[in-house]
Design a protein around this ligand. Structure first.
Ligand code: 13P
Ligand code: SF4
Length: 358
């Protein structure tokens, strides 16, 4: 077995290509998505399926990494569960022959870039991200080229394509962005992409003056409503509002704490409040309830009132069944053009170095 024993959550200190895989649907005639495992699994129960996945992982020296937004069963099966930064750090040093990244494609691509000699798989190659889609490489190139390379510093959120990362000076995640931004020389024009809300939040907290922000949004976080939060706060005296920085500014204004998924998880473990109103994807509640079973967690209702909107449709494309077939067939595999991979690796390596530097 790759990195061996099952351990549901292991925080790391930081807190925590398939070209056509940008979340597009690419439907074939019978309504199934091309290249996606859709067969039934040959097991009578979910337990038997989970045992088979575990046996395959051991046999193939594979490690299963999962993001906090994955369904609880996948989180429970994973060797490691973390936020984007922790997943990147884990993948970077993994000795396993196969890394199965249960998250979205940019996370699997990051794992491949940081550990290119490993085979990196993802259960559903269409598990994209609205932020990746919001930042097409040609338009991004034009946007950054308004400034001479000597005048600008390009920081991109990890929720971006390999091509965008390859054009950047540094990559960041929601858990290290503030630390990294403070290291960027003040005389440079900081170009931040693709998340508009995260960018604005960072500018306000860091006090950065010379900064321009690309206008991309997360379709899940931008749905959360501040009015509903205030009503919930009144209904639950003593509660605290904790939100992800991808949320809109109205939500951030009413929040008691803003942080990455791992920072939110840490907060509910160390803070004293009995109830939390949580502004992020519902998958995180699995670990929150486990870490603080005596506390109550309420998800912020989305604008549309649709409960499924608290779920990331891309993250939820991965299922236990697809995970099983991924291990059986060792595909879909993340394949990235070598030259592009090495260009995207430089800003990712800089991210890892700046994250641990004083
Ligand atoms: P984290 O890095 O905070 O886990 O966020 C990833 C993400 O996609 C949030 O929507
Ligand atoms: Fe992308 Fe939003 Fe899903 Fe995160 S929650 S993966 S930012 S679409």
């Amino acid at each position: 077995m790759g990195e061996g024993t099952l351990h549901p959550v292991e925080e790391v200190p930081s807190g925590g290509v398939v070209e056509e895989n940008r979340g597009g649907e690419a439907l074939v005639m019978d309504g199934r998505r091309e290249g996606v495992h859709s067969e039934e699994v040959p097991f009578a129960s979910r337990e038997a399926l989970m045992e088979a996945i575990d046996a395959l992982r051991r046999k193939k020296n594979a490690v299963i990494l999962a993001h906090f937004y994955q369904e609880p069963a996948i989180q429970d099966l994973a060797d490691f569960v973390g936020d984007s930064l922790a997943l990147a750090q884990y993948a970077h040093r993994s000795q396993a022959e196969i890394i199965v990244l249960c998250g979205v494609v940019f996370m699997a691509e990051t794992a491949k870039i940081l550990n290119p000699t490993r085979k990196v798989l993802i259960p559903d190659r269409y598990a994209g991200c609205s932020l990746v889609e919001a930042c097409p490489p040609a338009a991004f190139r034009r946007w950054i080229d308004r400034y001479d390379p000597s005048e600008r510093f390009v920081m991109v959120y990890i929720n971006s394509s390999v091509e965008i990362k390859a054009m950047s000076d540094i990559v960041c995640t929601s858990s290290n962005a503030l630390k990294l931004i403070q290291k960027v020389p003040e005389d440079k024009m900081l170009l931040f992409a693709p998340d508009e809300h995260l960018g604005r939040f960072l500018q306000r907290v860091s006090g950065r003056r010379r900064m321009e922000i690309w206008k991309g949004r997360c379709i899940v976080h931008e749905e959360f409503q501040a009015d509903e939060v205030l009503a919930l706060k009144r209904r639950y005296p003593g509660s605290k509002v904790i939100v992800h920085p991808e949320c809109n500014e109205h939500l951030i204004e009413v929040a008691d704490f803003v942080g990455s998924t791992s920072a939110l998880l840490r907060f509910v473990q160390t803070d004293e409040a009995p109830v939390y109103i949580v502004g992020t994807e519902e998958g995180i509640l699995h670990q929150m309830k486990r870490a603080a079973p005596h506390k109550e967690f309420i998800l912020v209702p989305p604008i549309t009132g649709c409960v499924a909107c608290q779920q990331c449709p891309y993250m939820k494309m991965n299922t236990l069944e697809k995970l099983y077939w991924t291990l059986v067939r060792e595909e879909p595999e993340i394949v990235i053009d070598e030259e592009l991979l090495w260009r995207a690796r430089r800003p990712l390596e800089r991210m890892l170095a700046w994250t641990t530097a004083q």
